[in-house]
Design a protein around this ligand. Structure first.
Ligand SMILES: NC(=O)c1ccc[n+]([C@@H]2O[C@H](COP(=O)([O-])OP(=O)(O)OC[C@H]3O[C@@H](n4cnc5c(N)ncnc54)[C@H](O)[C@@H]3O)[C@@H](O)[C@H]2O)c1
Length: 422
């Protein structure tokens, strides 16, 4: 193969770290349709906070060029597609970005190029949806003129220890030779090594089941928390005890949002239904996890009403609005379910999240999020997200009186700081 030149399409949470990692060894061109994102990255600002300004500067001084013009990628011979694959309001796969990206790459594809998909999809999607678009727009034949691969991404945003180079990468290719080339390519930058899957479809399936399995495990624990609430026992206390057995799986209750665990099971369910199988456990898990915001609010009020009656002055502080701890990502955050419940109950609430871009959250959800704690006191406090900063707050200062409830959704506080938890 001639000198490797990589084009990365979609520079978000996944694409940017991928591009920076490859730029340590190869020439990399990063493309995003969002010109604002490209402008910021050109100023070495990554608003996903995954790559530091220093690392971006080093990458750009080395081999990394950014553009919002796909035609600049024409001279690349490897394309890596890392665009979003969300669900629509009916919980069905929304492949719009994947389709557009495949069309754009198809138009600039040359003979012998390799297109590798990293976006999470259902098994079969790469070859059934994307390859025909590449063929159509390149007017070339798959596995004859151009080749494909699939390598699912496993990064964990906000996790500064398990970075891309330190996570084993599953790779696959459309034929033996391409698989070899793709494996060599990823092995050259992934310190943890690679795992070669038997086919593209196997690699696609491996990714969705990793997240579907996690979703179901959490759903089981969430269901337990509903049962244990009726029995007046603390779920985390039960898990602490059960975890002393060697083969008990230590999952904790909580809200399940984001664009992976809360989304990927729907991709698998969609494909299963198309093939004539209606999944039961996968969708039941989704249903339980989606019900947790409402349950948290009902538990909160159960604890509060033990001693108090509601008035129009009753107020609630919600700590955290992102979908997970220590990162600014709030896509599909289930904290929204808590907001909606409180709004329905006509209870005043404030939201504090030090990680969130308040303006963008307001324009998406019409809810004001403060980055700092206000000088106010509250009747109820919900610790909804496990940001490290919430572990060191002086909760006494936020309490309106001794009856203030501190509801610790994620079980991050020590006794006796919290009043109740799932
Ligand atoms: N974020 C994660 O933790 C994570 C982990 C593993 C896998 N994934 C998967 O990786 C994929 C990307 O996720 P993400 O979190 O990086 O998304 P993201 O929203 O952070 O980034 C996607 C980027 O793609 C750009 N984009 C959209 N359409 C495009 C197009 N047609 N051409 C070029 N650029 C386009 C967007 O502007 C955005 O900058 C998804 O399939 C996701 O499920 C994400």
């Amino acid at each position: 193969m001639k000198k490797i030149k990589i084009g990365v399409i979609g520079l978000g949470y996944v694409g940017l770290p991928v591009a920076v990692a490859f730029s340590k060894k190869y020439k990399v061109l990063g493309f995003d349709i969002n010109s604002k994102r490209i402008n910021e990255l050109n100023r070495s600002i990554d608003n996903t906070l995954e790559i530091s300004t220093e690392s971006l500067n080093i990458a750009k001084n080395r081999n990394f060029v950014l553009t919002d013009n796909i035609n600049d990628l024409k001279t690349c011979n490897i394309y890596i597609i890392t665009v979003p694959t969300p669900i629509n309001t009916d919980n069905l796969p929304d492949l719009t970005a994947l389709v557009l990206a495949s069309e754009s790459v198809g138009k600039i594809l040359s003979k012998n190029d390799i297109v590798i998909y990293e976006s999470t999809v259902y098994p079969g999607c790469t070859e059934e949806v994307c390859v025909p678009l590449l063929e159509k727009h390149s007017e070339m034949v798959y596995n004859q003129d151009f080749f494909c691969g699939y390598s699912p991404e496993r990064i964990n945003p906000g996790d500064k220890k398990r970075t891309i180079e330190k996570i084993v990468k599953v790779v696959s290719g459309s034929n033996k030779n391409t698989t070899k080339k793709i494996n060599r390519l990823y092995s050259s930058v992934i310190d943890a090594g690679t795992y070669v899957a038997n086919s593209i479809k196997v690699a696609e399936a491996a990714k969705v089941i990793e997240n579907a399995q996690r979703d179901i495990n959490i759903a089981f624990i969430n269901e337990l928390s509903k049962i244990f609430s009726k029995l007046n026992i603390d779920t985390n206390d039960v898990i602490d005890a059960a975890s002393t057995k060697w083969n008990f799986l230590d999952f904790r209750p909580g809200l399940v949002g984001g664009h992976c665990i809360g989304v990927d099971p729907y991709y698998l369910a969609y494909k299963a239904k198309i093939e004539g199988y209606k999944p039961e456990i996968i969708l039941a898990g989704r249903k339980v996890n989606n019900s947790m915001g409402k349950f948290v609010v009902s538990e909160l009020f159960k604890a509060y009403n033990f001693n108090n009656s509601l008035s129009d002055k009753t107020n609630v502080l919600i700590l955290g609005a992102t979908f997970k701890e220590n990162c600014p990502d709030y896509r599909n955050t289930r904290v929204l379910d808590i907001f909606n419940e409180l709004e329905d109950l006509k209870v005043q609430f404030d939201v504090v999240d030090p990680w969130i871009d308040s303006d963008s959250f307001f324009s998406d959800h019409n809810i004001q999020v403060m980055n700092e704690l206000p000088n106010k006191k509250y009747n109820m406090i919900i610790v909804a997200v496990a940001h490290d900063k919430f572990k060191t707050i002086d909760y006494e200062k936020l309490k309106i009186n001794d009856d203030t409830i501190v509801y610790d959704v994620k079980g991050i506080l020590e006794k006796p700081i919290y009043t109740s938890r799932l």
